[in-house]
Design a protein around this ligand. Structure first.
Ligand code: HEM
Length: 184
């Protein structure tokens, strides 16, 4: 495949993991911070170009779902787009978390980069986080940092979402990491 997708080309495909993912979050049902192993399925379908005037973007149509143990329903899902602007080296991931959160995270990377970092924060004018009124009051997502590494038939991510939660005086780091292998 041509490299129109730049550093995103290593993410194209269908991906899965066994229960090697690890989530750290405050569990309301248990009343404590829990580390939850999870398994994951993810599809990334290439599209493009999308033109904004003189800007030309190539992207991936993205869906992922994560399951705890052998539960039937996923405990987290995301839908969105990854985008690449070859002229500026800008990489973006725009996605929705169905708790009522939208994120546009961004960063820069070289065309052949196999690792890159994307960031968003609540008050950034470009790479921002939108959230519903309940979350703004009770569990607000202040910032999001995502590290991605691609490696041929696997890719890995490591992400930290810093939350302001009513349960804690200090900001709480909600973290997730996983490695997925190519299945299609
Ligand atoms: C692999 C990725 C993720 C997984 C597996 C995951 C999973 C979870 C879990 C298990 C909880 C605790 C729910 C509970 O038991 O009360 C939680 C809470 C939360 N997550 Fe995530 N999460 C992920 C990514 C994200 C991202 C990227 C954001 C935002 C940018 C986010 C925002 C939140 C918020 C705001 C809460 C707090 C809800 C509350 O306390 O009422 N999460 N998440």
């Amino acid at each position: 495949m041509s490299n129109e997708w730049g550093p995103l080309s290593g993410l194209i495909g269908e991906w899965e993991s066994d229960s090697g993912g690890l989530d750290t979050a405050f569990s309301h049902s248990k009343g404590e911070v829990l580390g939850s192993p999870y398994r994951e399925k993810c599809t990334m379908k290439p599209f493009g170009p999308v033109d904004n005037g003189s800007q030309s973007l190539y992207g991936l149509d993205y869906k992922s779902a994560m399951w705890r143990w052998d539960e039937e329903n996923p405990f987290h899902t995301e839908v969105g787009y990854w985008l690449w602007d070859a002229a500026t080296g800008e990489v973006m991931k725009g996605f929705v978390v169905p708790r009522g959160i939208v994120v546009l995270a961004g960063g820069t990377a070289g065309t052949d980069a196999t690792s890159f970092t994307l960031k968003a924060s609540l008050d950034d004018p470009q790479y921002s986080i939108g959230e519903n009124k309940y979350l703004a009051k009770n569990a607000s997502s202040r910032s999001y940092v995502l590290n991605v590494t691609t490696n041929g038939d696997t890719w890995s991510y490591d992400e930290v979402t810093v939350l302001r939660m009513n349960e804690f005086d200090e900001p709480f780091s909600h973290t997730d990491h996983n490695t997925l292998r190519l299945v299609g």
